[in-house]
Design a binder for this molecule. Structure first.
Ligand code: NDP
Ligand code: PYC
Length: 338
């Protein structure tokens, strides 16, 4: 069994902040990144919680990222907000640009935020849930590195390309999903490798294009999309909407940019926001009730909604006041303070 350590909730952010600061991130980025890591760890998102601190530090050590850049939000008269992260992590740009996205969605009914020139390591659900907390439905997408083979192929062309969606629900947590379009996120494969566990079938092929359950062979070979050609097509859509549409890099280009160094992929991000009030006018209540009827019909038959596990984990961790992380990860994080 994996050895774990308990981290009190009020220890998590200070630990992340100390490590990020010690490794060259400026205060504004320290705060934005630590907040994201805390938020994900609180919900037991093991692949994109504290584990991603390792990717943040690797990225800094590779020497290409700017740990102090101030994002620039361009003024616009249409429903598109453009934010230049200026070669920093994406999160500060998102934090600065979301208020303008919310304004524009309320003004136009639908609006888009394009973030350019960012390193990206994080889960997307906190961003779409922030918009849901404002009464907006939202979607977010990013490419990553070209680790994933298209359906029918055997070498990486596509990224792990997550899609997140959130729908606000009056008086309760939103309906949210957030997953990679690859069968497994890269972070999940890394966790299997660290734990010395074999992958399930259908996640990856090795360098020779043969199916593999060995995490290292999977990382050296190519990952597969979920749902065969359907996941593959969705992944291509993410490449297009969060790449050429917003004048930024595809996962292939992000991989080239990395030039063999590790660290976070470098590309853009697109976030869409929909104002339910503008779409519905006086019929908001009826349409909220119709959405709720659908959710009830799903739950009543014993199925669960996405994010229910996460919300339950959050409630449990808040109640007990700590999270559990693997000792191996905790030790690795502490090494970054040496
Ligand atoms: P998972 O496969 O762990 O889960 C994805 C979603 O499906 C969650 O919303 C989850 O809800 C839901 N879900 C899982 N099981 C069920 C079920 N039985 N019934 C209903 N819903 C279910 O996600 P991934 O490993 O693909 O992605 C994990 C994270 O990694 C995401 O947050 C993603 O944004 C991030 N990521 C980031 C990338 C980047 O480039 N920045 C690249 C790839 C991934 P619940 O949480 O409640 O279980
Ligand atoms: O888990 O696939 C992943 C990932 C890529 C970049 C950040 N996370």
């Amino acid at each position: 069994m994996t050895e774990t350590v308990q981290l009190a909730l009020d220890e998590i952010k200070p630990l992340c902040e100390k490590v990020l600061r010690h490794n060259g991130y400026g205060e504004a980025h320290v705060s934005a990144i630590a907040h994201m890591l805390y938020t994900c760890q609180l919900d037991d998102c093991q692949s994109h919680g504290l584990f991603r601190l390792l990717m943040c530090i690797d990225t800094m050590r590779n020497g290409k990222i700017d740990g102090n850049a101030e994002p620039v939000i361009a003024p616009s008269s249409n429903a598109i907000v453009k934010a230049d992260a200026c070669n920093a992590m994406s999160l500060l740009a998102v934090e600065k640009a979301l208020p303008e996205l919310i304004n524009k969605a309320r003004q136009h009914g639908i609006a888009a935020l394009a973030i350019n020139n960012c390193y990206h390591f994080s889960a997307l659900w906190p961003e779409v849930e922030r918009l849901a907390s404002e009464g907006l439905a939202a979607m977010a997408m990013v490419p990553s590195h070209s680790w994933v083979a298209p359906a029918g192929g055997k070498r990486g062309s596509l990224g792990t390309n997550p899609i997140a969606f959130s729908w606000p629900r009056p008086g309760q947590n939103p309906f949210t999903f957030d997953f990679a379009t690859s069968a497994f996120a890269r972070g999940e494969i890394e966790l299997y490798r660290r734990a010395g566990k074999p992958l399930p079938d259908g996640v990856a092929v090795d360098r020779d294009g043969k199916p593999t359950t060995d995490p290292q062979a999977a990382m050296d070979g190519a990952m597969l999309t979920f749902g065969g050609y359907k996941g593959s097509a969705l992944s291509i859509m993410v490449e297009l909407l969060a790449g050429p549409l917003i004048d930024d890099l595809t996962s292939l280009e992000s991989m080239e940019h990395a030039a063999g160094l590790g660290g976070a992929p470098y590309h853009g991000e697109v976030i869409l926001a929909f104002d339910l009030a503008q779409f519905n006018g006086a019929r908001m209540e009826e349409n909220d009730a119709r959405a709720e009827r659908l959710f009830s019909d799903i739950i009543d038959q014993g199925a669960r909604l996405p994010s229910q596990r996460r919300y339950a984990a959050r409630a449990r961790n808040l109640e007990r006041g700590y999270v559990e992380v693997s000792k191996q990860l905790h030790d690795d994080i502490l090494k970054f303070l040496e």
